[in-house]
Design a protein around this ligand. Structure first.
Ligand code: FE2
Ligand code: FE2
Length: 480
């Protein structure tokens, strides 16, 4: 039983550190949310004990809900930063405050759905759904009674936005969402609430429409479109990593990637092949393909600090490692590609989940070649001097990248006449050595997933082999 329990537990990941000041700010925001959501219960005169008790209950309920929201967001995004937690809680605070100020004039749809879109884009669907349920269930003003049908429509629309928002891959789809959700809201209100609430040209109530369902849906569309406009600002202020941002970063015209292709063409080629391997493997296990593709693209940017020290860029010229003939110095140069990579990441403001690929793809691997050389020279050595500083991969995606990085050179060097079994054997040997070395311990990869990763790498190898086969071209055959 104990064994099964242990197997079922997710490995402990390094939680992102939150400073005391940030913790205090988050705590105060949660207290404020609870006060705003419950203080109206104390304004009744005469105040009875049961009123105070009911206030205390609401206060505690909202406070605990805010805590649960923070826990869920941390569970969904283990590397969530304090800024992002502050964003989620502040949005909740803003909604509760705007309910107090505008609940009688602005439809709840326009207040709850747009923040849900921001949260689902930046922090994922589960966090957004939790946020929506808290924001929809707590109404600070008891006097405002939300129509049951409207409440139902609000929940459905907000859930749809939360679920789709987490998956949407580009801004065009976001635009479609911000048009179709208001149309859906309009139609469902028409069916459930009534046709008599439509007046297309009601000048006074066009924006502040208490019950006019056309105006309500129109306002929702405007607010959603505005939200899409400001999402990039949220991305840079709060370090949000939306799918659209990931795809933008994966653009090969980005200056850092352009530099890699010009100054370290060998590393660039290696990077492209790894992208293919990692993408296929991530697809097989159902991981985040866009994250792994972008992470793979930047994993070795640190090699830009000294491209010719890495074998793939030497192109037959002298190997500087042979010239210095000092295994310790060589090991330092190898470690530097991680340290410098992190510096490039900081300078280019790469989001943290992408920057994590830089140290984690090397984990604490041994620099076997230089370690062996040092041994041959009978130098006094400590094995840790010849290991990367880590950490070992903390997610499935970074672990896949490490495995792809290990297999890439071996697969590239393999004879094109090699059989599938030989290729699979090579892949398995490399993956097993990483596994035995403890590099996959924190990655949460299961045995079944490792099996699928091997299969995926084999499929890519088959593609590479296919590409390298030269087709006989006859002189008359000019078509393809
Ligand atoms: Fe590397
Ligand atoms: Fe690499």
């Amino acid at each position: 039983m104990f064994y099964l329990w242990k197997r079922s537990q997710v490995p402990i990941k390094q939680p992102s550190r939150i400073s005391k000041i940030d913790n205090l700010i988050i705590f105060l925001v949660c207290i404020l949310i609870s006060i705003i959501s419950s203080y109206k219960k104390l304004l009744i005169s005469p105040l009875t004990i049961s009123d105070i008790f009911s206030w205390l209950l609401t206060f505690t309920e909202v406070f605990i809900s805010s805590g649960i929201l923070i826990l869920v967001s941390k569970k969904e995004n283990p590397t969530i930063s304090s800024r992002q937690i502050i964003l989620i809680t502040t949005l909740l605070l803003a909604v509760q405050a705007s309910k107090l100020a505008f609940a009688s004039t602005i439809s709840p749809l326009s207040m709850v759905i747009p923040p849900a879109l921001i949260i689902s884009q930046g922090m994922g669907s589960i966090t957004a759904l939790t946020w929506v349920s808290i924001a929809s269930l707590n109404w600070p003003d008891q006097e405002i009674i939300v129509d049951n049908n409207l409440f139902f429509i609000l929940l459905v629309c907000a859930s749809v936005v939360s679920l789709l928002g987490g998956r949407i891959r580009n801004r065009a789809q976001l635009l479609q969402l911000s048009i179709f959700v208001p149309i859906g809201a309009f139609l469902s209100q028409w069916i459930l609430i009534g046709k008599d609430k439509i007046s297309l040209i009601d000048k006074q109530e066009f924006v502040f429409a208490g019950g006019n369902i056309f105006s309500v849906s129109f306002l929702l569309a405007i607010v959603m479109l505005f939200t899409i406009l400001v999402i990039p600002i949220f991305e840079s202020i709060f370090g949000l990593l939306t799918k659209a941002r990931l795809l933008e970063l994966a653009d090969k015209e980005k200056p850092l990637i352009r530099r890699l292709s010009l100054e370290a063409p060998g590393t660039f080629e290696h990077t492209l092949l790894i992208c293919g391997l990692a993408e296929e493997a991530t697809r097989m296990i159902g991981g985040d393909i866009d994250l792994v593709k972008t992470g793979a693209l930047y994993h070795d940017v640190g090699k830009l600090h000294a491209p010719n020290w890495f074998i793939e860029n030497q192109d037959g010229s002298k190997n500087p490692h042979d010239e210095i003939d000092d295994p310790f110095k060589s090991a330092e140069v190898l470690q530097a590609h991680v340290d410098e990579g992190l510096k490039y990441a900081r300078k280019n403001r790469l989001p943290k989940p992408i920057a994590n690929f830089i140290p984690e793809h090397q984990g604490t691997l041994k620099m076997g070649y230089f370690f062996q050389k040092a041994r041959e020279k009978n130098l006094k050595i400590n094995e840790n001097d010849f290991r990367y500083k880590g950490p070992v991969p903390q997610s499935k995606e970074t672990a896949i990248l490490m495995l792809a990085d290990g297999c890439e050179a071996a697969l590239r060097a393999m004879n094109i006449n090699a059989s599938d079994n030989e290729a699979l054997e090579t892949i398995s040997r490399i993956i097993y050595s990483r596994h035995k070395d403890g590099q996959l311990d924190d990655s949460n990869l299961s045995k079944g997933e490792i099996f699928l990763i091997k299969r995926a790498f084999l499929n890519v190898w088959k593609r590479i082999r296919h590409r390298r086969i030269q087709y006989p071209i006859s002189k008359n055959n000019t078509f393809s």
